[in-house]
Design a binder for this molecule. Structure first.
Ligand code: LLP
Length: 427
């Protein structure tokens, strides 16, 4: 298998022995690199260390929704990662993968009573509460189970993350978090609830941020709120700035994680000395995409080349059900032919077999390919497999993790029979 080498942070076809993987595991298949995952997680972990933080004063809570394969979670758990979850299902996944409950934070606007009970029974690190109604429900459920729920309020700092509207979450009009102006009152309420223990404050302003300025602006807002809470005798033990750092999809130049964390810690340290009486505060992060996005590709095989008067189509065996991002956000993913051909490259739309015009993976790409060739769809490690579906009764792709010279199957390709195994005919 080829050596691991990066091109501006993008893992490319050459980084894997893709023909062997296709032969062994078939296509479409998600292929991840263990080395890239570790390097990307290490960027966070090392920056925390560099700024004098240990496990108690900084915690990276990997955002499970970006890629929730057990092997990925297990690898990160072994690096000491915590986890940001948004459902009871993700909680059970993290535990099954060997993650520690005391490092789990639970985000999401719609936690059910059952999910609250489950999380309370495992003594997770905290609930990121997103509304007053949720706070009251959590107080009630915690009371029934004889526990005190550790709570952080997700505050909406109303800063513009300057990213795609579907993945921007920190503006007033979003459904997420509580308004900055209301946060103080909700904390006051939380302080009176017997089964709630206030532990932190959090925000998440959006995803695929290339610049850290909006994040640092959000940090200022959170700090302002912490100061006001402290004055009222409400103590905040952790500050969670969320995830959101972007990756290079199409020549994008995201801020380096180390640089962002340096600026963030510098601000926090200055504030602690100046106005926080040097009191300790634990810093939490919830990165997803910046850890897995460019650690994976989607490997697919060209089924047909179709030349119509208006366009050329490369019809491949991966589709929108495997990688939703282009159909959903018009997202751009690099496409690379695995084998170089001498033939002249022509312009193709790379599309899947699903019966929807929205079923495309890439548009207007110059490719020299023939039927049966392999393509690598790049930067597909985050929000790829986790957003996949069985539309058109298509079994979901296999997942493979490459570790040095070995490729390991970390999720079998689904079998069609499994897709309707839960269905029943009428009597
Ligand atoms: N924390 C919270 C509360 C979140 O909602 C998210 C992502 C994250 C952390 C992780 O953000 P990241 O570091 O990955 O940017 N499906 C979309 C992205 C949706 C992001 C949802 N929230 C996409 O494919 O681009």
């Amino acid at each position: 298998m080829s050596h691991f080498s990066y091109r501006n942070g993008v893992l490319c076809a050459e980084d894997f022995a893709l023909p062997n993987i296709a032969r062994q595991f078939g296509t479409p298949t998600y292929v991840y690199s263990k080395a890239a995952l570790l390097e990307n997680f290490g960027a966070y972990a090392n920056a925390c260390k560099k700024h004098g933080r240990d496990e108690n004063s900084a915690l990276v809570c990997y955002s499970v929704k970006s890629n929730s394969n057990l092997a990925v979670l297990n690898l990160l758990a072994k690096q000491g990662s915590g986890f940001d979850i948004v459902s009871g299902g993700e909680l059970l996944r993290v535990l099954a993968a060997g993650g520690e409950a005391r490092k789990i934070i639970f985000s999401g606007v719609g936690k059910t009573r059952d999910e609250m009970r489950l999380a309370l029974s495992h003594d997770i690190l905290c609930f990121n509460v997103e509304s007053t109604a949720e706070l009251q429900r959590l107080n009630e459920v915690a009371g029934q189970t004889g526990k005190q729920a550790p709570v952080s309020l997700r505050v909406n700092p109303n800063v513009d993350a300057k990213t795609h509207p579907y993945i921007s979450t920190g503006l007033k009009e979003n459904k997420f978090g509580v308004a900055f102006e209301e946060a103080l009152d909700i904390y006051r309420l939380a302080a009176t609830l017997p089964h709630i223990r206030i532990t932190g404050i959090d925000c998440h302003i959006g995803s695929q941020l290339l610049d850290d300025a909006p994040l640092l602006e959000a940090l200022d807002k959170l700090i302002e709120l912490i100061d006001r809470l402290t004055q009222e005798g409400i103590h905040i033990h952790h500050l969670d700035i969320g995830g959101g750092i972007g990756i290079n999809y199409n020549g994008d130049q995201p801020v380096a994680v180390g640089d962002y964390l340096s600026r963030l810690f510098a601000k926090i340290d200055a504030w602690r000395v100046a106005t926080h009486n040097n009191r300790p505060i634990t810093v939490l992060f919830e990165p997803g995409r910046s850890i897995v996005g460019n650690a994976g590709i989607l490997l697919t095989e060209v089924q047909f080349l179709k030349h119509s008067p208006a366009k050329n189509f490369a019809i491949v065996d991966a589709a929108m059900n495997d990688l939703m991002r282009p159909a959903m956000y018009e997202a751009w993913h690099g496409v690379q032919a695995v084998n170089q051909r001498e033939a002249k490259a022509i312009i193709y739309d790379v599309v899947g077999p699903v019966c929807e015009s929205g079923d495309w993976l890439a548009r207007a790409r110059e490719l020299a390919i023939e039927e049966g060739d392999l393509l690598a769809i790049l930067s597909a490690g985050a929000y790829g497999m986790t957003m996949s579906s069985n539309y058109n009764t298509r079994p979901r792709a296999a997942e493979v993790m490459v570790d040095g010279n070995q490729a390991y199957l970390i999720r079998e390709r689904e079998k069609v029979e499994q897709l309707f195994a839960l269905e029943k005919l009428l009597p």
